[in-house]
Design a protein around this ligand. Structure first.
Ligand code: FES
Length: 218
């Protein structure tokens, strides 16, 4: 039987927790590229216990910044995409993908206040249909060159779904649902990429965990 201490050791993912520090050494899946399509590519995400907002600016650059505005903590998932960044809906501070504040509209015209304001931000890369974020310190590691990340788009796809797990204690163990993002390579599959792609129903490839639904997506 696992002790509370052992359980905490492997499940707590905050920046100061052992497991959190370990996971922050690697790129983490944040969302499907498909989820940042449409007229308003802004999505609230929770990664390793951190509340963040993921967005794509007019130039196609991805940003992942703290969900709560550096000014008064308003929810940036309700922000407006414009002028090279995400604008807070409360007082209009504008943040670019690096978290740099670009505008503080309520300040006098010659104010340089925004130059000294940054929102915590994390790097994001797109690989095989998934947006990956690095939440660690310093330079991110090189992205692993395994087959599903180096294969051409025609031979890969990504899906997000639920995995039902039977945890410990066999049939009497507890069920857990785990949402996961999975990049898949078709290089080693049987038959054509197209047929394998069809083997995973579209609704599974695009399925979202119910917990992901967030009013800020509107
Ligand atoms: S709370 Fe965001 S600009 Fe004021």
């Amino acid at each position: 039987m696992m002790s509370q201490e052992q359980n905490d050791l492997i499940t707590r993912t905050g920046p100061k927790d052992a497991c959190g520090k370990l996971m922050r050494m690697y790129w983490q899946p944040a969302a499907l590229v498909d989820e940042l399509q449409g007229p308003r590519p802004v999505k609230a995400v929770k990664l390793l216990g951190e509340d963040l907002v993921l967005f794509r600016d007019e130039q196609g650059r991805y940003g992942l910044i703290d969900r709560h505005c550096a000014h008064r903590g308003a929810d940036l998932a309700f922000g407006r995409l414009e002028h090279g960044g995400l604008r807070c809906a409360f007082h209009g501070w504008l943040f670019d993908v690096s978290g740099q504040c670009l505008e503080t509209p309520a300040e006098p015209k010659d104010s340089a206040l925004c130059k000294n304001i940054t929102q915590r931000a994390y790097p994001v890369v797109e690989k095989s249909g998934i947006l990956w974020a690095y939440l660690g310190e310093g330079e991110p590691p090189a992205f692993p060159e395994i087959d599903c990340f180096v294969a051409p788009d025609s031979h890969t796809f990504a899906f997000k779904g639920l995995i039902e797990l039977q945890l410990a204690a066999g049939a009497r163990g507890r069920h857990r649902s785990v949402a996961c993002l999975v990049p898949a390579s078709l290089l080693r599959g049987r038959g054509s990429g197209g047929r394998l792609r069809q083997a995973v129903p579209r609704r599974i490839r695009r399925q979202r965990h119910a917990d992901d639904e967030d009013p800020a997506r509107i």
